[in-house]
Design a binder for this molecule. Structure first.
Ligand SMILES: Nc1ncnc2c1ncn2[C@@H]1O[C@H](COP(=O)(O)OP(=O)(O)O)[C@@H](O)[C@H]1O
Ligand SMILES: C[C@@](O)(CCOP(=O)(O)O)CC(=O)O
Ligand SMILES: [Mg+2]
Length: 397
């Protein structure tokens, strides 16, 4: 265990195409967002693990001997390639006083932490005394991959604290990243955290949180996009709360009920992702207008498909109508059912036009902002390199 604080961060993501279909083996295209989750891990000498998650209202602490005892009963079963078992999660729920089936953000976040901490400990050694604080720029439960950013941060911090991976940040450096091999390990443990939170995630969100940039994802295969043009995207948060776990389960139910109807829709979403990939890879860095009509039409078609598979919401319909009245095309992103939508802006969409669309979206009670995509994946930081807002959030003790 290091004797100094660790500070690291992982980005949220935007799924351009393929949400939900990717859970069923289809292609998704996803990009890292310039909004991040930060984690500070501070060694402490009191035989306790303290976890503070202000985003979901969690302040918990446990004695390390109690955690160790709990881990003892699980050790043989913990492995990053296996799904958390029902029995393991039940035992952790009972330990943490979480009701069976509880799906409140604080319950899932606590459960994910306990699972990852004990599973990593079972493999790499005793639980050290530590104080963990997580703070995020991402809205929680809005489709921007906050669960994955949280899981990636936990995986990277715990693996580093347990000595399973190196701490690549050298004295005097402002930031550093891990090797490919270490990132692969971080990604596989983050996937376990996502499994605790989502039930049956595809793994696309934790892959983007780990590697960043823009990638194609299918059944665990991660391929960075060959070339990503400067895409301008307007993000709108309808602020309608929803749970990815519930939405993913709903889609599965629909597929089981109407396989002959739903499977062709998933195939069509797969084809949309592939078509979008070819267009993106053919676009020059500063794209001319001719590329946009196809991208816009793909957004429209996919938004209809997502409604068909049952993950739309009246707030998202409204978002699409408002942006259409400004000649702009939108679709939901992430699990849907509320949460965020993305609107494609052309390279030459004027500031005035964007401002007018934003004004109308805000008048619906939505929040929106233009965003940069292709941010770096999980990163270690020196304290001095953090901006004041992050520094302030992580300095609270
Ligand atoms: N900053 C955070 N701190 C602790 N837990 C978090 C944080 N962000 C997200 N989570 C966990 O992730 C869950 C939200 O995940 P999910 O429903 O997949 O939505 P999304 O990933 O789109 O934000 C929350 O209920 C919480 O358990
Ligand atoms: C719906 C899904 O495709 C993306 C979910 O993203 P989010 O949790 O809503 O950010 C699920 C998954 O890929 O695991
Ligand atoms: Mg999520």
């Amino acid at each position: 265990m290091r004797d100094r604080d660790l500070v690291l961060s992982a980005p949220g993501k935007v799924i351009l195409h393929g949400e939900h279909a990717v859970v069923h083996g289809k292609v998704a295209l996803a990009v890292a967002l310039d909004l991040r989750t930060f984690l500070r891990l501070r060694p402490c000498g009191e035989g306790r693990v303290c976890v503070r998650l202000p985003g979901v209202g969690v302040v918990r602490s446990w004695d390390t001997p109690r955690l160790q005892a709990l881990r003892g009963g699980f050790a043989a079963d913990f492995d990053e390639s296996k799904s958390p078992s029902v029995e393991q999660l039940d035992t952790l729920r009972e330990f943490a006083g979480i009701a069976a089936g509880a799906s409140a953000p604080e319950s899932l976040a606590t459960l994910a932490f306990l699972y990852m901490c004990l599973a990593i400990s079972a493999k790499y050694g005793d639980v050290p005394s530590m104080d963990i604080l997580v703070w995020s720029e991402l809205p929680t439960g809005a489709g921007l991959g906050s669960s994955a950013a949280y899981a990636v941060c936990l995986a990277a911090a715990l693996l580093t604290a347990f000595g399973a991976i190196s701490c690549p940040l050298k004295e005097g450096e402002s930031s550093a990243r891990w090797t490919e091999e270490e990132l692969t390990l971080i990604n596989s443990w983050a996937f376990q955290g996502e499994r605790v939170i989502h039930g049956s995630p595809s793994g696309v969100d934790n892959a983007v949180g780990t590697w960043g940039g823009a990638l194609r994802y299918q059944s665990g295969k991660i391929t960075p996009l060959k070339r990503v043009p400067m895409l301008r995207i307007l993000l709108t948060n309808t602020k309608v709360p929803r749970s990815t776990k519930v939405l993913v389960a709903g889609v599965k139910e629909k597929i089981l009920k109407f396989p002959a109807i739903m499977n062709p829709v998933l195939d069509s979403i797969d084809a949309i992702s592939q078509e979008c990939q070819s267009v993106l890879e053919a676009m020059p860095a500063n794209p001319s207008p001719e590329y946009y009509p196809v991208l816009e039409e793909l957004f429209d078609i996919n938004q209809h498909h997502l409604n068909v598979i049952g993950v739309g919401h009246p707030s998202l319909d409204r978002l699409c109508r408002v942006t259409a009245s400004h000649g702009l095309h939108s679709k939901l992103t992430g699990a849907g059912g509320g949460g965020c939508g993305i609107t494609l802006l052309r390279q030459d969409t004027s500031l005035l036009a964007v401002e007018a669309a934003k004004r109308d979206l805000c008048a619906c009670g939505f929040e929106c902002w233009e965003t940069n995509i292709g941010a770096p994946g999980v990163t270690l930081h020196s304290f001095s390199s953090l901006n004041t807002k992050v520094l302030h959030a992580l300095s609270e003790s």
